[in-house]
Design a binder for this molecule. Structure first.
Ligand code: HEM
Length: 412
């Protein structure tokens, strides 16, 4: 909540609401819309049938029959986000329907033009991003019920059944667990300006606790997502057309640009949470990894990108803790860095299970002569074996990020 008029505290340096960050939901879109206005029925109809249309190889022909709709009836950011979500899922299904060996070079104009317009309005790229896949893709089964996985569902889905649902919703729970940490950022920066060490200490405790809770949430991936389904069915639909050997030339958005455009696929590397924590804690990643992470900021909603930018320019927490010489503050700061390092180590273990081990199993299966084509048949994308859907070389990248996080500790 905003501070009320009768307090005498000086204004805090950041107001979350001016960056479209919610006190309750953090970077998640608060209670997203689930239906678009009536003129957009053709989009919604396709979007609701995506898994069946993809597995029966009918989506591309259904897209070709779709009318080209004007985007002028879309109003407000909720409608725009839902439109982006819907068009993103249709596009990923369209491109990857036949697996990595049957991609397309052109996204047809009736899809590409409105998709481009909606993307421009939101400052998002015209590809599925974390902002669509997770932040705008949730609803409560019981509208008055809690934000627990049992009471949650996705709005739009793709092949992958319960594992896809689990993958999206567990990631949502990680975003939700981060919320007290996001609020702690504002408290910490305010406390530095007010020279209030007690309140700074409290904020750092909050932040360390929130990062710990994010790890707890991340662990739930094991309960809800089957590695084989993730690797062989789900992953290809998150893949982009930048640095991807399966689509080396990118994609032509017909009616938008005669030249092909290249965009990275969806990845939680686009989640604003860890970018914000890294900036607050002054974590310095190595140049090549930092370049990739910074590029991922272009895939965040515009106001969230601005929030990270604002943190980059804010007063240095690290310098403050160093120059204070306060051992209690230093310990609290290091608890945050330690929790972030642990989160990243846990994430590496998850990626090992869901990509490296799953890839080895898939390779063994591929060696069998009966392997069939198409993602719905469970043939995994070989082009992405050592790479993330965002296009990074996974393990050296993730370990470097984890190690430079640990190096952010302040020694006594
Ligand atoms: C099965 C689950 C997951 C898998 C297989 C996975 C895989 C990956 C991969 C391959 C990357 C490298 C970047 C890329 O090219 O995409 C990555 C990066 C990243 N992922 Fe995940 N991820 C999973 C779940 C999550 C969840 C739930 C979160 C939390 C929001 C998360 C947060 C991140 C972050 C922040 C990065 C950037 C590197 C960093 O800052 O440490 N991931 N992930």
């Amino acid at each position: 909540m905003e501070s009320s008029d009768d307090t005498e505290e000086p204004p805090l340096p950041l107001a979350l609401s001016s960056f479209q960050v919610s006190e309750e939901f953090g970077f998640l879109l608060p209670d997203p819309l689930t239906e678009l206005p009536a003129p957009y029925g053709p989009w919604m109809d396709l979007a609701h049938e995506l898994p069946q249309l993809i597995t029966s190889h009918q989506l591309r022909s259904r897209v070709h029959q779709m009318p080209q709709l004007s985007t002028q009836h879309l109003q407000g950011r909720e409608e725009l986000h839902l439109a982006h979500l819907v068009l993103s899922f249709i596009t990923m299904g369209y491109v990857w329907q036949e697996g990595e060996e049957g991609t397309v070079q052109v996204l047809p104009r009736n899809l590409a033009v409105p998709y481009w317009e909606v993307s421009q309005a939101l400052g998002l790229p015209p590809i599925l991003s974390h902002a669509d896949f997770v932040l705008a893709n949730w609803r409560r089964k019981d509208p008055n019920g809690p934000l627990e996985i049992e009471n949650l569902d996705t709005i739009i889905t793709l092949p992958g059944g319960e594992s896809l649902r689990g993958f999206i919703l567990v990631t949502l729970l990680v975003e939700k667990a981060a919320v007290p940490g996001i609020k702690a950022i504002v408290q910490a920066l305010g406390a530095i300006l007010q020279r209030d060490e007690e309140s700074l200490h409290r904020a750092l405790q909050e932040l360390a606790g929130a990062i710990g809770a994010m790890s707890e949430a991340l662990r739930r991936m094991h309960d809800y997502v089957d590695p084989e389904v993730f690797y062989s069915v789900i992953r290809i639909f998150l893949s982009g057309w930048k640095d991807n050997p399966a689509m080396p030339h990118g994609l032509i958005y017909e009616g938008v640009s005669p030249e092909p455009l290249a965009f990275s696929g969806g990845s939680a590397a686009q989640s604003t949470v860890l970018h914000a924590f890294d900036e607050l804690l002054g974590i310095c990643h190595r140049q090549d990894t930092a370049a990739f992470l910074h590029r991922m900021r272009d895939y965040m909603p515009r106001p969230h990108r601005a929030f990270v930018q604002e943190l980059r320019g804010a007063v240095s927490l690290r310098q403050h803790v160093l120059s204070s010489g306060d051992a209690r503050l230093r310990a609290a700061f290091n608890r945050c860095v330690g929790a972030l390092t642990d989160f990243r180590s846990l994430h590496i273990a998850i990626v090992t299970k869901y990509i490296a081990i799953a890839a080895a199993r898939a390779r063994a299966r591929r060696a069998q002569p009966s392997a069939r084509a198409g993602p719905s048949a469970g043939k995994p994308p070989a082009a992405l074996e050592g790479k993330g859907t965002g296009g990074s070389h996974i393990f050296s990248f993730l370990k470097s990020i984890r190690d430079t996080t640990r190096e952010g500790m302040i020694s006594a």
